[in-house]
Design a protein around this ligand. Structure first.
Ligand code: NAD
Length: 703
């Protein structure tokens, strides 16, 4: 609950606000502040005001939960608050400790004076939500710290030490202690100056002094156009600064307001705000009793020192958690340990790690060949071959040695976690921890909740994910979990378009233009085409895949596994990872189309993109309905953090929402009617059909 305390220190009113945890400037806080300012202005016993955060921090800015709701502009708005400050007849001093970010800094800049504790940080992070500082920040900051500094603050969005600006008019004083005392002294001195007939200093009365304004802004625009190609906010920030600097501050305010609204209503900011909330929502797990205490994890075991096992181990070593790494043979074990060291050495070379830290981290690693060495650890993650027989052997051995209460996790990508749990006498302690490759780099962690996984095991996994800086998303058990189950549909659709007439380069090119980091075929060449082949063979055998992926299978029969064999969907020159169009693949496509009696059809980029993305969306809807994913935003998070889906589009489900589900369903009908189409593939999931009929959306109600 937001409260604003009002007290007197001599003739200075101290207005202390608190809305834990970060003093965000929601409606109640704004109203409280304006009332306190009015009271101080009217009280003849008061000479000046100090505004300070009551709980060790100033303010982290606007209350983002109000964004897009009527509360955001409900009076008094941040604008009214800042105008009230501009019109105050008595000096107002902002006393800053902790952070003053976004609207918090804009509020401070509207005060007559600012005093900060040397440890405090200031910043305008709006750009990270696809916005610009919309409460005067684009106009006041350049007047206080100069255009170049202001652009750096606003375009980076990073919180910066107040000491960087200690000599600028942004701060009257930066102090090491007694912030309130210093602020009161500044207020008293300012009140005395006022009595002597001096004018109160106001940011709005300052001029922007920058002889090379056009040059600096042009340079910033050029940089923004390449560095933030698909993001409109950086350019809008530069435009707002330039506009106000060449006209008046009031003209600048008006332009800032116009651009803010435009950004706020645009799809990019909506997508970025969606991501912000999605990250917070993902940590809430349905059915997990409030206050479930996680188990203590002081030491971890990793089984299998291959690609994934080594990457997984690095995560824990980085977090200072000792790791025991187990392999079947000495050679594989040595290779795994050497790979971990090499990764760290690479970081040392790049200056990201120092040699002492490298040794400290390697010192936490204990390679072993003996299961008995896993008896004392609190969590074991298995990353051995993707084969149920091998997993069974591993889990039976683990069950025999692991201490009671130890969590037994599998990194399987496709196998049934419940089945694996059944190899132990303690299925409640078994969970899936699905890391993505490279496991020490990729942010995503799918936490796979088995039918019998205990709540505190789940809580432990979520807490641990935070510790090793992963974005955890809970998934139920199914083939491929959330991410891979959806990507299988996307890959099937990519292959289908090759059958119909598209080229490999065209499919990749279209989806890369849409914003994916890599198209499906370049991606497959990187990961290894044999992985999918292996899975398909199992699925053919289980009858789970009725349509054969003829081209993909033949490609693998030719030994074209991708980059690792120097040939895949593309050709690769020795030592060069750049994909070159392949005549062999083009001929293979011709042959397969002729065999199937298909006349190739030209497929345009818009169709390619919609077929790929909507195949994700349709499967995502099924995953939601089945309760595999808890919410649409979890699915978006999986795709944004694990699959290279363009950030500024907010994930597949959010993108579908932006297109409207009605339009998605309509496009599916068109695809189902195409010559050679798999019409069953394009049957809308019941949830898609329902939302299309109701005008609902995945993320904004209706689902
Ligand atoms: P990998 O072949 O690189 O490594 C597997 C390692 O396990 C090998 O070093 C092997 O010697 C070792 N091993 C095999 N049997 C063992 C046993 N009984 N005891 C101890 N060690 C044993 O494979 P990987 O790519 O690291 O995949 C491992 C697991 O991670 C699989 O379940 C896979 O599905 C999953 N996974 C892989 C990826 C990926 O992109 N590679 C991504 C997510 C999950």
């Amino acid at each position: 609950m937001a409260t604003v305390d009002y007290s007197l220190r001599g003739k200075i009113a101290v207005v202390a606000f608190q809305a834990p945890p970060v003093n965000s400037l929601g409606h109640a806080m704004r109203a409280g502040l304006v009332a306190a300012l009015d009271r101080a202005a009217a009280d003849t016993a008061v000479d000046g005001v100090v505004i300070i955060g009551a709980n060790g921090t100033f303010s982290a800015g606007a209350d983002i939960r109000e964004f897009g709701t009527p509360a955001m502009i409900r009076g008094p708005s941040l604008w009214t608050l800042n105008n009230t400050l501009d019109a105050m007849p008595k000096p107002v001093v902002a006393a800053i400790e902790g952070v003053a970010l976004g609207g918090g800094l804009e509020l401070a800049m509207s005060c007559n004076h600012r005093v900060a504790l040397a440890t405090a940080k200031v910043g305008l992070p709006e750009v990270k939500l696809g916005l610009l500082p919309g409460a005067g920040g684009t106009q006041r900051l350049p007047r206080l710290v100069g255009v170049e500094n202001a652009l750096n603050v606003m375009l980076s969005g990073e919180p910066l030490s107040v000491q960087l600006f200690a000599k600028s008019p942004l701060f009257d004083r930066v102090v090491d202690s007694d912030l309130l005392g210093a602020a009161v002294a500044v207020a008293e001195a300012s009140a005395a100056a006022l009595r002597e007939g001096k004018k109160l200093p106001r940011t709005r009365d300052l001029k922007v002094r920058e002889p090379d304004l056009d040059g600096i802004c042009q340079f910033a625009r050029n940089t923004a156009k390449t560095a933030f190609k698909d993001y409109p906010a950086p350019l809008a920030i530069i435009d707002a600064v330039h506009f106000g600097a060449t006209r008046s501050i009031d003209a600048g305010f008006a332009e800032e307001g116009r651009l803010f609204k435009q950004l706020m209503d645009g799809d990019v900011s909506k997508a970025m705000r969606h991501l912000f909330f999605a990250e917070r929502a993902a940590s809430r797990v349905a059915g997990l009793p409030e206050g479930t205490a996680p188990r203590d994890v002081k030491a971890v075991g990793v089984i299998g020192a291959g690609t994934m096992g080594t990457g997984i181990a690095i995560n824990f070593l980085n977090a200072g958690i000792p790791v025991r790494l187990l392999e079947v043979g000495q050679e594989a074990l040595d290779k795994g340990a050497a790979r971990i060291r090499q990764t760290y050495e690479g970081q040392v070379k790049k200056g990201k790690l120092d040699a002492a830290k490298l040794e400290a981290r390697m010192g936490l690693l204990t390679p072993t060949l003996s299961y008995a060495d896993l008896g004392a650890v609190d969590l074991v993650i298995e990353a051995v071959f993707e084969d149920m027989g091998v997993k069974e052997k591993v889990f039976r051995q683990l069950d025999a040695v692991a201490k009671p209460g130890a969590i037994l996790a599998t990194n399987t990508s496709t196998l049934d976690v419940d089945h694996i749990a059944g190899f132990t006498a303690r299925p409640a302690d078994v969970i899936g921890l699905h890391f993505f490759s490279p496991a020490n780099v990729m942010r995503l962690l799918e936490v796979v909740r088995g039918a019998k996984t205990a709540p505190d095991v789940l809580a432990t996994a979520m807490a641990l994910a935070k510790k090793i800086r992963k974005t955890a998303v809970v998934s139920g058990v199914c083939d491929g979990f959330i991410g891979n189950r959806m990507i299988n549909q996307y890959s099937a659709q990519a292959l289908q378009m090759l059958d119909e007439g598209a080229s490999v380069e065209q499919v990749d090119g279209a989806i890369e233009k849409f914003g994916f980091a890599m198209g499906p075929f370049r991606m497959s060449d990187l990961a290894g085409n044999d992985i999918g082949w292996h899975i398909r063979k199992r699925q053919y055998a289980e009858g789970k895949l009725t349509r054969k992926a003829v081209v993909a299978d033949r490609l693998c029969e030719l030994g074209r596994f991708g980059q690792k064999t120097g040939a895949g969907w593309y050709d690769y020159r020795p030592g060069d990872r750049n994909a070159q169009p392949s005549k062999v693949v083009a001929d293979l496509l011709d042959t397969v189309r002729k065999e199937a009696g298909v006349t190739p059809r030209r497929i345009d980029d818009a169709e390619i993109v919609d077929r790929l993305v909507f195949s994700l969306v349709n499967e995502g809807a099924r995953i939601l309905e089945e309760g595999i994913a808890q919410r649409a935003s979890d699915i978006d998070l999986v795709y944004l953090t694990g699959y290279g889906f363009p950030m500024y589009r907010g994930g597949p489900m959010q993108y579908a929402d932006s297109r409207t589900i009605y339009e998605v369903a309509r496009r599916m009908q068109v695809f189902a009617a195409l010559p050679g189409a798999d019409s069953a593939f394009w049957t809308p999931a019941p949830l898609v059909a329902r939302l299309a009929a109701e005008g609902g959306s995945f993320n904004g109600g209706g689902a």
